[in-house]
Ligand binder design. Structure first.
Ligand code: ADP
Ligand code: TPW
Length: 569
């Protein structure tokens, strides 16, 4: 653009936003267009970025979040104001809760009108709405601040404990002009956005001393350990120490799930019996029964906790040895001293192996049964075998029973390949995470979805077809939430709260958009369809008919359901 009066070349806010993102090696935007960001999305594409357009902002936000988790670079989600922003906010909050770096960039209406509440188109005080649900929230008011605003958002998302950042772009900002010379000076690449954080030497020594005193040590790997991309050092620490380890669901595959030191098949036993637990990037939240109570056995545990967030320590129980820093640096320091830690006793290892063998034999028996209609186990046996043959596949997983059984049955062999309902146990991540994972990795995805879980993001099948992504969605269709057999006690015409249309054909939804649909009722049919779909590398959906009586209410979360603890009248 040139301004003849001043004979000076000008640029505008639209260009500056894209230039600033590109200067920081951000090459993909997940989003949904509308006023005032349509032209911004068009420009991103024109300038060589990839724009992946969704049918609902929550799914775009989930795609951005999982891209952030996979790459340590913030995933970008772009939305319109008020309703678009609010649709994206759930994903932003979910990213923050899960410690995934993402930036939600939303257009907003004129500040003067919003602040006086004069009723603008899609008027909303988005910045304040975002604050409680984001790690940080910023607004850029002047074109000359776009470079610094984007830099601030990037650094906030990825440094320290990663999380969701909200960036508010008022419509008038995008059309503001600035001389090209000034603009150039205002854009820069963030230096060292994820700085190493070295743990203190005395904290390392304390941690090693606690390990030296352990009789029955255990290492617990959380998704922070997977995120940190310190795979080789974590493997070395586990193998050189000889300590058994347990991966949380998204840390599966950090070491292959059939590693001899895995304690997964003896999970309840090791949690109850270990006397010393080294937590690496895992919080003692509800997923770990808050580090206390029946799950953790009678004797008090000694915990060593590696985390980047100092105030995570002592959140639920006392931590004997906090090790604050980035996981790569902390594990590296522990490795230097690990030779001085005695190997776990043969008694401890053989007690674990005995449980593992017993539990695995029992599970093998259950999995071998071919029942008609299929149950969760017979269908998941097929998924397990296919993933084993294709270890590069990304696995997305949500539902109740579908999630709980898949987590324990389907082994993972490579890091950062399993993406699931995470810290909140949220439904709705399915298609967003699948698209994010496929776009980011260029590798196939299998989404293992409860029929209810799938419904939260099902319209993105069109998005999958539009971009011709290698995603195979497998719907575990048991006619309802948890199962399909509940009845309305009044005998009225409405079905029970958990029940869906019987025998729905989700495969036909896929066919409507040009993808491949399969309807399968046996493990053999499922195996054939899944193998074929993966080989095709095209959008596919398998409607897997599951016994509608097979599921239990809330999967394995029955203890959190007030109905199961309330006094029955
Ligand atoms: P899980 O659900 O798998 O148990 P959580 O999400 O509860 O895992 O815990 C992840 C933890 O990892 C968070 O407390 C977060 O602060 C921490 N974390 C994330 N990235 C790093 C890193 N690079 N270095 C150290 N800690 C990290
Ligand atoms: C955003 C509550 C937890 S699990 C679930 C719901 C609705 C669905 C279970 O049925 P599904 O799986 O998917 O058919 P399965 O294998 O048991 O048959 N809204 C949100 N998040 C959650 N967690 C819920 C509701 C819920």
């Amino acid at each position: 653009m040139t301004n003849d009066n001043q004979n000076q070349e000008l640029t505008d806010g639209f260009h500056l936003v894209i230039d600033a993102l590109k200067a920081n090696d951000i090459d993909t935007i997940f989003g949904l267009v509308g006023i005032p960001i349509t032209d911004l999305c068009r420009l991103a594409q024109a300038e060589g970025m990839r724009f992946i357009g969704f049918r609902h902002e929550q799914n775009a936000g989930n795609a951005a979040a999982i891209a952030g988790y996979m790459t340590q670079k913030p995933g970008i989600c772009m939305t319109v104001s008020a309703p678009g922003f609010l649709n994206g906010l759930t994903a932003l909050a979910n990213a923050t809760v899960n410690c995934f770096p993402m930036i939600l960039i939303s257009g907003s209406s004129e500040r003067e009108i919003v602040d006086l509440q004069q009723g603008d188109y899609e008027e909303m005080d988005q910045l304040n709405a975002a604050k409680p649900y984001a790690k940080a929230a910023y607004r850029i008011n002047h074109a000359e601040d776009i470079g610094i605003g984007i830099a601030r958002a990037i650094r906030a998302a990825v440094s320290g404990r990663p999380g969701g950042v909200y960036l508010d772009l008022p419509a008038q900002l995008l059309s503001q002009t600035l001389s090209v010379a000034e603009a150039k000076k205002s854009i820069f690449k963030v230096i060292d956005p994820v700085p190493r954080q070295i743990p203190a030497a005395d904290a390392v020594e304390r941690a090693l001393n606690v390990l030296k005193g352990a009789k029955r040590p255990l290492i617990l790997l959380g998704k922070g350990a997977a995120y940190a991309q310190a795979d080789a050092d974590i493997k070395a620490l586990i193998e050189q120490s000889g300590i058994p380890y347990l991966p949380m669901s998204m840390a599966k595959g950090l070491l292959p799930d059939d590693h001899p030191q895995t304690a997964s098949p003896a999970r309840s036993f090791v949690l109850a019996e270990a006397d010393t637990v080294l937590l690496i990037g895992a919080r003692l939240n509800w997923l770990l029964a808050h580090g206390k109570g029946k799950t953790w056995g009678k004797e008090p545990k000694k915990f060593i906790q590696i985390d980047i967030q100092a105030n995570e320590v002592d959140s639920n129980v006392q931590i004997a040895a906090p090790l604050i820093g980035d996981i790569g640096s902390c594990v590296g320091e522990l490795l230097k001293g690990i030779a001085s830690v005695p190997k776990p006793s043969a008694e401890w290892i053989s007690a674990i192996n005995e449980r593992k063998d017993k539990n695995m034999a029992k599970m093998a028996e259950t999995l071998a049964k071919d029942v008609t209609p299929m149950n969760f186990h017979s269908a998941l046996r097929v998924i397990r075998d296919v993933v084993k043959k294709n270890p590069d596949i990304n696995l997305v997983n949500e539902g109740a029973n579908t999630l709980d059984y898949c987590r324990s049955i389907v082994n993972m062999f490579k890091p950062r390949k399993r993406f699931d309902s995470g810290t909140w146990g949220i439904m709705g991540i399915g298609m967003g995470y699948s698209i994010g994972a496929a776009v980011t990795s260029g590798l196939p995805v299998i989404a293992v979805e409860g029929d209810s879980a799938f419904g939260f993001s099902g319209m993105e099948l069109e998005t999958i077809c539009r971009y011709n992504l290698p995603i195979t969605t497998v719907i575990f269709n048991n006619n309802g939430v948890y199962r399909g057999t509940d009845v309305n006690p009044t005998g009225g015409a409405d079905v029970a709260p958990t029940v869906f249309v019987k025998n729905a054909r989700y495969d036909k939804m896929m066919e409507a958009f040009g993808g491949i649909g399969y309807n399968v009722t046996t493990p053999q049919e499922l195996e054939k369809a899944l193998t074929e779909a993966i080989a095709a590398g095209k959008p596919a959906l398998i409607n897997a008919v599951i016994d509608e009586t097979a599921g239990t209410e809330s999967g394995r979360l029955t203890n959190l359901n007030p109905a199961s603890t309330a006094t029955k009248k």
